[in-house]
Design a protein around this ligand. Structure first.
Ligand SMILES: Cc1ncc(COP(=O)(O)O)c(C=O)c1O
Length: 421
C-alpha cells in the first residue's frame, strides 16, 4: 500500500492530520504544530505574570516559516551565527530585536552583525570585546553589548553544564570584576546588560529555581560593585522537556512560585527599576510541538528480535538516535500513527549503513508492517539542523508547519541560507 492510501478517515483526529501530512508532503518529515507553541507561550507568560520577556534561541529550530510565525508572538531572538542572523532578517525580524551569542564569532560575522543593526552583542570574552570595539569603531558605530558571565557552579539536574568548570562560554565570574571595567571603558561599545546561560534541559523545578537564584545573586552583586543600571538581564532558561517514557514534565508553576518573590525584590531596587528581564529559551518553546514522521520501509526478524527499518533516521534526527550529548541512549516517546493491537518490542532503525543509526531499541509498539508511519515526539527542537543530513546522501527531510490555516509545507530542509537583500 502506498502511504497516500492510508485510511486517514478511520483515525483519531490528530493521527488523521499526521497521516494526511505524511501523504501530502512525504516522509521523512518534521511537522511543527503551532497551536502547541502558542499554548506554551501563553503558559510562560501566565506563569511569570509577564515578568520575563521571551527570547527565542534560533539554534533550537531555525525553520524560516516558524521564525516568521514567532515574530509577532515573542519579544526577542537570540542568534548564534551570522547565518542565523540572516535567517531572522529573511523572516522579517528587525535586527535590533536580536542578540548574538556564541564563543567563536569571527571578525566577518561581527562586522556584518554590527553594520546590520544588531540589538545586543553578547560578549563571551575580553578578546572578543576588543575585536568588536575595533570593528564598531571602523564602522563609525557604538554597539550595545551584554557580558555573558559563567557562574562557578551549576546545580545538579541539568542535561548539559556550560559553566562551573573551564568553559568557552562567557567570562568566568571569578574574573568579572577586572574584565567588566575593561570592557566598559571601550569607547565603541555600550554596556546594556548581563547574560547568563549555564545549563540546559532540566526537568527539576527546584534546580532551576536554585540556578536563577545564582544568576540573581551574580547580577545584583556585579551591578552594585560596578554601579550599573542594566537595561536588560538575560536568564538562560534551562527549562527542559520530557523526551522519554517515564520523564515527568517540568512543573513550571513551581519554578515561578520559587523565583517570582526574588525577581520582585530585585525590581524593587532603584537601579533595576528600568531593567527588562528576559528568559532565553529554545526547546521549551518549540520542542514538544514537533513530530518526526518516518515510514517503515522493511520489517524483519533477526536472531530473535523484531526490527523495523525506516526511511528517516539518525541522518535527519541525530538527538532521537541518542548521539547528541546523551550519556545513556534512551528512546524518545513515539507512536505508530493509527496503530492498533497489543504492544510488542521492536528495534527501529533508519536507512544508514551504520549500526548507530537507531531510533529506538526495544520500543513497545503495536505490530509494524511496511508503509506504517511512526511519529517520534518531542522533535520540534534540535532536529534536522542538529543532524548529519549529508551522510549517505539521502534526500533531506521536508518540514511542515500546522497553523490555524492548516498544513503548510515549507520545503526540504536546506542548510544554505540566502543573505538578506
Ligand atoms: C546561549 C544559549 N542560549 C539558548 C540556548 C537554548 O537552550 P534550550 O534549547 O535548552 O532552551 C542554548 C543552548 O545550548 C544556548 O547555548
Amino acid at each position: 500500500m502506498d502511504g497516500g492510501d492510508l485510511p486517514a478517515s478511520g483515525l483519531e483526529p490528530f493521527d488523521r492530520m499526521l497521516a494526511r501530512s505524511a501523504s501530502r508532503f512525504g516522509t521523512p518529515q518534521f511537522l511543527y504544530d503551532t497551536r502547541a507553541i502558542e499554548a506554551r507561550i501563553a503558559e510562560l507568560r501566565a506563569a511569570f505574570g509577564g515578568r520575563f520577556a521571551l527570547s527565542y534561541a534560533v539554534k533550537a529550530n531555525p525553520n524560516p516559516a516558524l521564525l516568521g510565525w514567532l515574530r509577532e508572538r515573542i519579544d526577542f531572538l537570540d542568534v548564534s551565527s551570522i547565518g542565523e542572523f540572516h535567517r531572522a532578517r529573511n523572516a522579517g525580524w528587525a535586527p535590533d530585536r536580536a542578540s548574538f551569542t556564541g564563543p567563536g564569532k569571527r571578525d566577518g560575522e561581527l562586522r556584518e552583525a554590527i553594520a546590520g543593526g544588531l540589538g545586543e552583542l553578547i560578549l563571551e570574552s575580553a578578546g572578543e570585546a576588543r575585536r568588536a570595539n575595533a570593528i564598531a569603531g571602523a564602522l563609525g558605530r557604538r554597539q550595545d553589548v551584554m557580558i555573558r558571565i559563567s557562574p562557578d557552579r551549576v546545580p545538579k539536574g541539568f542535561g548539559d553544564h556550560m559553566a562551573g568548570r573551564p568553559s568557552p562560554f562567557g567570562v568566568d565570574v571569578e574574573e568579572i570584576d577586572t574584565t567588566l571595567p575593561a570592557i566598559a571603558a571601550l569607547p565603541n561599545l555600550r554596556l546594556a546588560g548581563l547574560h547568563i546561560y549555564s545549563g540546559t534541559q532540566c526537568l527539576r523545578a527546584e534546580a532551576i529555581v536554585e540556578n536563577y537564584a545564582i544568576f540573581l545573586d551574580i547580577f545584583e552583586r556585579v551591578c552594585a560593585r560596578h554601579d550599573l543600571a542594566p537595561r536588560r538581564l538575560v536568564f538562560g532558561s534551562g527549562l527542559g522537556i520530557p523526551y522519554h517514557e517515564g520523564d515527568a514534565p517540568l512543573d513550571l508553576g513551581a519554578v515561578a512560585a520559587g523565583i517570582v518573590p526574588a525577581l520582585d525584590a530585585l525590581r524593587a531596587k532603584p537601579r533595576f527599576a528600568e531593567t527588562r528581564l528576559a528568559l532565553e529559551l529554545g526547546r521549551y518553546l518549540v520542542g514538544e510541538a514537533g513530530y518526526f514522521l518516518t515510514r517503515v520501509v522493511a520489517v524483519k526478524r533477526s536472531r530473535g528480535r523484531s526490527l523495523a527499518i525506516c526511511d528517516g533516521g539518525m541522518n535527519d534526527h541525530l538527538p532521537a538516535s541518542g548521539h547528541f550529548g546523551m550519556v545513556i541512549a534512551r528512546n524518545y516517546r513515539m507512536h505508530v500513527v493509527g496503530g492498533a493491537g497489543p504492544a510488542e518490542e521492536v528495534d527501529i532503525s533508519g536507512p544508514l549503513c551504520t549500526s548507530i543509526d537507531r531510533l529506538a531499541r526495544g520500543a513497545r509498539l503495536p505490530p509494524l508492517a511496511e508503509d506504517d508511519l511512526i511519529a517520534v515526539h518531542q522533535s520540534g527542537a534540535y532536529g534536522p539542523t542538529a543532524s548529519p543530513l549529508g551522510f549517505i546522501s539521502h534526500p533531506a527531510p521536508v518540514e511542515v508547519l500546522l497553523t490555524g490555516d492548516g498544513l503548510v509545507g515549507t520545503g526540504r530542509v536546506s542548510l544554505c541560507v540566502e543573505r538578506p537583500r
